[in-house]
Design a protein around this ligand. Structure first.
Ligand code: G1P
Length: 303
């Protein structure tokens, strides 16, 4: 088995019910943080980590994802005529030329595990990664989170899952791992459970949407029955994989925003505006003004 991970699967069929009505006809992963959709950040992270084959697992509302990564010939033509080279580069640059995009349909919304299984034929027999675009991870200037996991994969030749410590009262939002031994950021997993109640959680190490798998996960998925929320859970297949192979958790370095929730999405937007040279000064000034005006003080409407 090769150590190189060239294929990344992006499940993009998720409904994003927290964002209705905006997600009624458009997928959650097309929500923009500033001027880029979440899925483009995810693709940029994957490509910066060495990915060459991008597999998008789509659903009924995902057409915009395929259009986003396709050429937009009429628009490009107009930008050429208007001599708007910068905008032309932005429009053409959604995927670099050496990258292949494949689109696989998930016929029914049967869960994250099912979405990954739908990509089986396109993945082939090589190791692959899975990236959940609503977990937006801003790199700390060094290697992207996915690249850090790929490094850990090549040291151990075993599946690696991105994790982060979460407050005890939030375990029911995540897959939670129990780990045996730790060596810095890398830990050997001995159990994993999907969204446990805080009283049942084996730890506070939560699975964040970055995974690198050996192909054996696909066999585990084939055997995984419907679990929590009547869905085929990727977490349950990982638990099954633990019977036959080692699986590691890696505490990646990077700031993660949960763009599957309105608050996380808002926080990401502010954080990314504060990082952008063309927006930083005015965003900071606006926030300072809000603070100084007292409009951020407690109100009776706070919940
Ligand atoms: C999914 C996974 C969960 C993981 C989470 C990370 O849940 O099932 O194990 O912790 O992504 O964002 P979802 O957020 O899709 O409900």
């Amino acid at each position: 088995m090769t150590d190189q991970v060239r294929t990344v699967v992006f499940p993009v069929a998720g409904h994003g019910t927290h964002f209705l009505p905006v997600t009624k006809a458009s997928p959650k992963v097309m929500l923009p943080v500033l001027d880029k959709p979440l899925i483009q950040y995810a693709v940029e992270e994957a490509v910066a980590s060495g990915a060459e084959n991008l597999i998008f697992v789509t659903g009924r509302t995902s057409r915009a994802v395929a259009d986003h990564f396709d050429r937009a010939i009429e628009l490009e033509h107009r930008l050429v005529q208007a001599e708007k080279q910068d905008l032309l580069n932005v429009t053409r640059g959604t995927t670099p030329a050496h990258v292949r995009c494949l689109f696989v349909r998930q016929p029914r919304p049967l869960g994250l595990g099912h979405a990954v299984l739908c990509a089986r034929a396109a993945i082939g027999g090589e190791p692959f990664a899975v990236v959940l675009a609503d977990d937006l991870i801003a790199g700390s200037g060094g290697r992207p989170a996915l690249a850090q996991l790929m490094d850990a994969f090549s040291w151990n030749h075993a599946s690696v899952i991105g994790v982060q410590r979460v407050p005890a009262d939030r375990t029911s939002l995540y897959g939670i791992v129990s780990v045996l031994a730790g060596d810095g950021r890398l830990h050997s997993i001995d159990a994993i459970v999907e969204k446990p109640h805080p009283s049942m959680a084996p730890s506070q190490l939560a699975v964040i949407g970055r995974y690198v798998f050996t192909p054996a996960i696909l066999d585990a998925l084939e055997k995984t029955p419907v679990g929590t929320d009547d869905q085929i859970q990727l977490t349950d297949a990982i638990a099954r994989l633990l019977h036959s192979e080692g699986v590691y958790a890696y505490e990646y370095d990077g700031e993660r925003f949960d763009c599957g929730t309105l608050l996380g999405y808002l926080q990401a937007t502010v954080a990314y505006a504060l990082r952008r040279p063309d927006l930083r000064r005015e965003t900071r000034a606006h926030l300072s003004e809000l603070l100084a005006s007292g409009r951020l003080g407690p109100t009776s409407g706070d919940r």
